[in-house]
Design a binder for this molecule. Structure first.
Ligand code: TYD
Length: 376
């Protein structure tokens, strides 16, 4: 609820006020119908205390159960379900109060039941109309506003890419965040929940995921976007050549120093490091693809060709200097060819070793690729 107030204060409060008006009107209508149909002598003043309790319950349920969460972007099915949940909880709470108090027996349960029934229909209708009205009001003819989801390693590149396509980035979500609050003056949200609230209430109309492997886009985020009818524009790449930071000494006798820092240079958590040594020229290794594992390969000594194949085209990258790294995403068939004997291959991997996660047969790899394409 705090998030709703933070990102859409006035709109959120407008929904609460409308809900209360609906509840009042529903009670008036139910009261009129009940008295007219049953001719039971039931006075409006008898009903007033129960109406006040209903209003208090309504506000409490809205705030405690956050039943107006993402109301601005709800689909009709979710609208029907969430509003029903709200009504059911309120009705149950009221029943408990009426049954457990002595005075409760004096109130007409018929009116209460009818009022909640009418309230349900009113709420759904008002939510739909008010939502469309606010959305129309918020529509600007200008450039689309986006939430950019990326990580420390690629966020700047993502911002540049979006600037070129004429999209304004209003918020950033970093999946591996080094506690940055803003990047190039654009605020960074704390987590996925906050990102979803911001997308909902601030009417960001695009979610743009840059430089993160599509398998690592968190499920919660996919769900939130699907719920809010926002398509995720995904820029995932198969590989990327990285310049690994190298400190050169003026005096060559000190050699050179190259370093990589997790999160700053590598957009995944490192779970495993391995290296291949004592090699002969023309050695060939690899001949597999990974289902989940992201890797950063580099060759601190010698020269090694990395042949990558995504099932459609082959690319060769030669790692022949310590400062040249290759970010290799999953689902790329790769083979390594040693160009010089003694060349060393170092690999930083995002996953623990798991044979199940390997695809070691090329035909299986192509079939796996086709299946993945169909699934998406
Ligand atoms: P493999 O990945 O097949 O090497 P390459 O693709 O370079 O030819 O691994 C060779 C063997 O080493 C295989 O039996 C599994 C084992 N291995 C581990 O136990 N842990 C590891 O982290 C790696 C990379 C391999």
């Amino acid at each position: 609820m705090g998030l709703e107030l933070r990102y859409g204060k006035l709109k959120y409060i407008s929904f609460i006020v409308l809900d209360l008006i609906c509840l009042y009107l529903a009670n008036m209508a139910a009261f009129g119908i009940y008295v007219e149909q049953t001719h039971v002598p039931y006075d409006p003043s008898d009903h007033l205390p129960v109406l006040i309790i209903m209003i208090v319950i309504d506000v409490a349920v809205t705030l405690v159960f956050n039943t107006l969460q993402r109301v601005l972007r709800r689909r009709i099915r979710i609208e029907l379900f969430d509003t029903m949940t709200h009504i059911m909880i309120s009705f149950l709470l009221l029943c408990v109060i009426l049954f457990t108090t002595k005075q409760g027996a004096d109130y007409s349960r018929g009116v209460v039941l009818l009022a909640y029934g009418i309230d349900y229909i009113l709420l759904v209708t008002v939510h739909i109309f008010w939502r469309s009205f606010l959305q129309e009001l918020g529509k600007k003819s200008g450039r689309p506003n986006a939430l950019l989801i990326s990580n420390d390693g690629f966020v700047e590149e993502g911002l540049q890419d979006l600037a070129k396509t004429g999209i304004d980035v209003k918020k950033i979500l970093l999946l591996l965040n080094l506690h940055r609050n803003e990047i190039s003056g654009i605020p960074v949200v704390a987590d996925i929940e906050e990102a979803a609230a911001s997308v909902c209430w601030e009417e960001l109309d695009r979610v743009y995921v840059y430089g993160i492997d599509r398998h690592t886009v968190p499920e919660a985020l996919r769900k939130a976007c699907a719920e809010m009818r926002i398509k995720i524009d995904l820029v995932d790449f198969k590989y990327r050549i990285l310049d690994v930071k190298t400190v050169q000494n003026k005096d060559a006798k000190y050699g050179s120093l190259t370093f990589l820092e997790e999160r700053r240079d590598i957009p995944f958590n490192i779970r495993r490091v391995y290296w291949i040594t004592e090699t002969e020229a023309n050695l060939q290794r690899g001949f597999h693809a990974h289902k989940r594992n992201c890797q950063l390969l580099f060759c601190p000594h010698g020269a090694i060709d990395i042949i990558m194949d995504d099932g459609e085209e082959k690319t060769v990258v030669t790692l022949d200097e310590p400062g040249k790294g290759l970010m290799l995403m999953p689902e790329v068939w790769h083979e390594m060819v040693w160009k010089e004997s003694g060349s060393v291959l170092c690999v930083l991997a995002s996953e623990y070793y798991d044979e199940e996660e390997y695809i070691r047969n090329y035909d299986d790899f192509v079939a796996y690729q086709h299946k993945r394409e169909e699934d998406l």
